[in-house]
Design a protein around this ligand. Sequence first.
Ligand code: GDP
Length: 522
Amino acid sequence: MSTHSDSRPRRTFAVISHPDAGKSTLTEALALHAEVIGEAGAVHGKGHRKATVSDWMEMEKARGISITSAALQFEYEGHVVNLVDTPGHADFSEDTYRVLSAVDSAVMLVDAAKGLEPQTLKLFQVCAHRGIPVVTVINKWDRPGLDPFGLMDSIQQQIGLRPTPLTWPVGEAGDFRGVLDRRSGDYIAYTRTAGGATKAPEKRMDAAAARASVGDLWDEAEEGHELLSMDGADHDQETFLAGRTTPVLFGSALQNFGVAQILDILLDLAPPPGPTPAVDGSVREVGDDFSAFVFKVQSGMNAAHRDRLAYARVCSGVFERGMVATHAATGRPFTTKYAQAVFGRERASVEIALPGDIIGLVNAHALRVGDTIHAGRAVTYPPIASFAPEHFATVAVTDTGRWKQFRKGMEQLDQEGVIQVLRSELRGEHAPVLAAVGPMQFEVVQARLESEYQAPVRLEHLHYQMARRVEPEQAAEVGALRDVEVMTRTDGTLLALFPDKWRLQAIERLNPHLRLHSLVAG
Ligand code: GDP
C-alpha cells in the first residue's frame, strides 16, 4: 500500500459518541463513500462485519472494543480527509481527550432513541473547552426514537450549544424517508439497501415533487423547518467556528442514510488546519517550517517486533521522510529515516505529510505524549492536559524475580499515558499507586505487564475517589489530615487523594486556607 499525500486541502476530524451510538458503523459508512487512502492503526468492525485492521491485543478481541487510537485517511471531492479514531469505551475517555487535541473539528453521534448520554455530555464539554467546532449527527433515525424537537431542546439545555439543523427528517424516527435540506429547501429521498452494505441511493427533488412523493410527511417537515427558522435556529458559520452553535444532521449509519451529507458538511463548513498556538504565546502558521506534536504513543502492537509507535499530527510545514527534525524537549536531532506510517498490519512509508495529517513514527523511543518535533525555527506546543483520576490501586509484582521487567513495563505504560503513576516516600519507591480515569485502565496495565513484560502483578483497589492538586508548601499539612494521602505524580504534580467528595468538602470548609485545585478536564 502506498500513500498519495499531496497538496489537496485537508480536513482532520474525529467521530465522538457514547459507546454504541454507531461510531464504528459510521466509520465504515464514511469509508464506503470516500476512497480510502490508508488506515493508520486500528479501525474495528464488529459482529459479522470484518474486523478491518489491528487486533493487537487479546482484550480488544475478546471485548470487541477499540482500545487503540488510529487515523484513517481518505479522499473525497478533491479533499484529503483524516478521520482520527477515538476509543469507544467510556473508560478510555482520557485517551479520547488526547485524540481531540489532534483534530480541527468533531462529529458528535447521538443515538436517536437514547438522546444525550453521560459520555456525550462529557465529550461536548471537552470540545467546548478546547474550542473544537462540533457537527451533531442524530443517528439511528431508521429506528423508533425521540421527537426531533425534544432532541434539539436537550442539546440546548443540557449542553448549552445552540443546535442549528441543516437537515430535518422527513418521517419520524423509525419511518425514515429522507431529509429536508434546509439550505436549499430540497427533499433528499433515501432508498433502503440490504444492510446498508452499499452506498444508499439518494434522490434529490424539489418541494413539489417531494409533496407528490410523500404527501403529509413533507408538509410536516416543512412546518418543522419554518418553526426552526422562526426560532432563529439557522446555521451561522461564525458561531459554529466559535463553538457556540452546532449544525445538526439526521441519518442512519447502518442504512447509509445521510452519510454523504456529513462529508459534504465537513468540506463546506468544518475548518481546515489553522495556526497552532505555541507554549510561548506565539502561533505557528501552517506555511511555516515543519512541526508536529505527539498525541499518542503506543507499544506492543507487534509482539515480534516490540516496537513503539508515536502518532503525531503535523501542525505546520511539510513532513518529508528522511528529514532530520529536532525533538523540542531534549533539543536532540530526531531522524525520520526509519519513520513509517503504519496501516494496520501493513507498513508503508509516508513520503510526505501536510498540516492536518497524522504520521506514525516507528521506534521513536525518545518521543512522549505531548512532545513537539520541528525543523527550522524552534517551537514547543503546550502539553496535553492530563485528567482528574477517580480510581486508584496499588500494584505489586507477584514474582519478585520479575522486578526489573515490572519496573521497565511500568515506566513504559506511564510514558504512553496508559495510566498515571503516583509515588510517595511513605509507600516507598517500590510501591507505586496507579491512578485512572476509568477502572478498565487497570486491566489494560495488568494484561500488558503480563503479556509484554512477563511480569504478573496483583492490584488492590484503594478507597479514594477524588484527587486535588496541592501546592508544595501545603503538602505536609494536607497529608497529615485524616483519610487523606498526598502523592507525587511522575510529572511532578502533587496530588492529594480523598475518599469521597463529602470528606473533601468537609476538609475545605474546615480549612479555608488550604488551596486544593481541581484537575480540570481538557
Ligand atoms: P460504537 O460503539 O459507537 O462504535 O457503535 P457501533 O457502530 O458498534 O454500533 C452499535 C450498534 O448499533 C450495532 O449493533 C450497530 O449495528 C447499531 N447501529 C449503528 N448505527 C445504526 C443505525 O443507524 N441504525 C440502527 N438501527 N442501528 C445502528
